[in-house]
Design a protein around this ligand. Sequence first.
Ligand code: SLL
Length: 310
Amino acid sequence: MAPPTGKRVKGVQILRPFVYGTTAKPFDEKTNPKPPGVPDDHTHSWTVFIKGIDDVDITYWLRRVQFKLHESIPNHVRMVEGIKGQPFQIHETGWGEFEITMKLYYVPESSEKPQTLYHHLRLHPFGRTEEEKEAMRLNGGEVISWVYEEQIFNEPYEPFYEILTSGALPPSASTLKDGGGGGGGSGAATPTSANTPGASSSKGGNKKGHERSHSRASVSTNKDGKNNNEPKEEPFVIQRSEGGVLERSAMIPLVNRPGQPFSRETEQLEIQKLKEAKLKVDEMKKQMMEDLEKKQKRLEALRAENAQAA
Ligand code: SLL
């Protein structure tokens, strides 16, 4: 942690969305063959990662991540340095589930102490219902346990505030490649901790959302009809197309895409689920109150009968 430079910007809170978690796949001759040298008792390959939402770069605020794996794994404490536009991640193989400790080291300008996150590595399908487990099995046995999180910087120091607010950028080239990103998740994801029903978004990669706006050269004509062949740069327009997010912003994607299960769409579905659950609880409560009232009346009647008989 670097000594603080400048003052803290009072009354300001800046948040940055990010995603962390694990993706695991059982070894399988056809779909996931075991690489040479992997011990016989290893049953799965897996990845643990921290990355930007929509795969945008986060290394401008997160410098390095220390992953602490199970002690049975050789070299189980690993430091991963940030590479611009790429997830912080570790690929491993093994046979068992355990809790992974992730220590987040921020950029020196932040003067922030490291913070720790914990995540349970999941190798086997899980869920609240059999249906949820079944959905994981259908997805080629790939087990996705991803969590949406927001990093909050409270009253950041001035130099860091400058970095955080220096302006949003269009998604960088590194995020143009296929979805999955750090998770290694290839298809529509069924996220877990968030347990988002809408997560399994439409398949069939729609890459339009990642296209960046670009400036074009144009040829204009002068008043006198002569061609003015000087190429003219059109103003650079930052677009948020197809619900994707801009780099260095706190945006959330509008809609889900393959490998990108966290979005406003997902949030709306979660809210809807909560509303429905509340209605159900209210209804159950009403029913219980009615039952209680009936029982109380019956009790009173029995007491009265008893008193008469005595
Ligand atoms: C369990 N409590 O019994 C857990 C421990 C440990 C997993 C899980 C070893 C990999 C390697 C490995 O998978 N350890 O040898 O590199 O389920």
